[in-house]
Write a protein that binds this ligand. Structure first.
Ligand code: PAF
Length: 279
């Protein structure tokens, strides 16, 4: 497995053209390994290769301290990519990604990235940074398919919409959230939780599960709030939404989704599941 650092190394590598691409920010865990294995399986079906990027993107962090706190574990990440079946890792520097403003513009953001009042509201500027880095990566790597985790549901929907709106012929594939046996969604942020906080954080998957059994969306939202109250810190949202637009649920929805963002100690966690009710 090769580690590529810039555009010219990407251009010379036989794995890159038409690859299945898995963008990451490193600090890789079992959830990422599942994305890479999925990417490798899709690539194998198409006779291609899986390429993973590792780049901690400074433009998508709301706070400098959060960026600085983000774990940087390149050697372990490269080993995980190799084990999960990637053919190459693209690990660019900030200079390669953002040489000047013209090369890495912030694209116009799709409605799903600015209107729902979810991550867009609580992490202002976040999706501008995500869309900027993903578009730049897509232009450098030029994949045929890109795989994103469903855990960041609004990001997945936002990237899919941006890709369509930019007219890029890249298929966006979502991969289901990987959970620990106790139900907590795998996240690079889980390493910041104390034992007690980790226990408290289990209220989040419990609340999502409770919502599954309630077919009225208002009741489901109330149930989630009840499950979370007193167990986690500030709840930023615990809502049922149209799974594609992330707007309020309506009658012409294809799917709906229960989504939560809440603080546990100094750590902000997000999670979501499909919601089977339709009213
Ligand atoms: O989900 C992530 O890890 C990041 O937001 C992404 C998509 C790699 C962009 O930096």
């Amino acid at each position: 497995m090769r580690v590529l650092r810039d555009q010219s190394e990407l251009n010379q590598d036989p794995a890159v053209p038409g690859c299945v691409f898995v963008p990451t920010m490193g600090a890789l865990h079992e959830g990422h390994a599942a994305l890479i294995r999925r990417g490798e399986a899709v690539a194998r079906e198409r006779g291609g290769s899986c390429v993973v990027s590792i780049f901690v993107n400074p433009t998508q962090f709301n706070e400098k301290a959060d960026f600085e706190r983000y774990p940087k574990t390149l050697d372990a990440d490269v080993a995980l990519c190799r084990e999960a079946g990637a053919a190459a890792v693209f690990a660019p520097s900030v200079g390669v990604m953002y040489p000047d403003e013209r090369t890495a513009p912030i694209p116009s953001l799709p409605r799903v990235a600015v209107e729902p009042g979810l991550e867009d509201r609580f992490r202002p500027g976040h999706f501008a940074g995500v869309c900027q880095v993903v578009l730049r990566l897509f232009r450098l790597v030029r994949p045929a398919v890109a795989v994103f985790g469903e855990k960041d549901w609004q990001q997945l929907r936002g990237v899919a919409a941006m890709t369509r709106e930019q007219g890029l012929a890249i298929e966006i594939v979502g991969h289901e959230t990987v959970r620990d046996p106790d139900g907590l969604a795998k996240s690079s942020r889980n390493r910041f939780l104390s034992e007690q906080e980790r226990e408290a954080a289990l209220a989040i998957p419990r609340a999502l599960r409770a919502a599954q059994f309630q077919s009225d969306w208002r009741q489901a939202e109330m149930l989630m709030q009840e499950e979370l109250r007193g167990r986690v810190g500030r709840v930023e949202y615990a809502v049922i939404r149209d799974g594609i637009s992330l707007g309020p649920i309506g009658t012409d929805m294809v799917e709906s989704r229960a989504l939560i963002a809440a603080w546990v100690g100094r750590t902000r966690l997000i999670d979501n599941t499909p919601w089977p009710g339709r009213n």
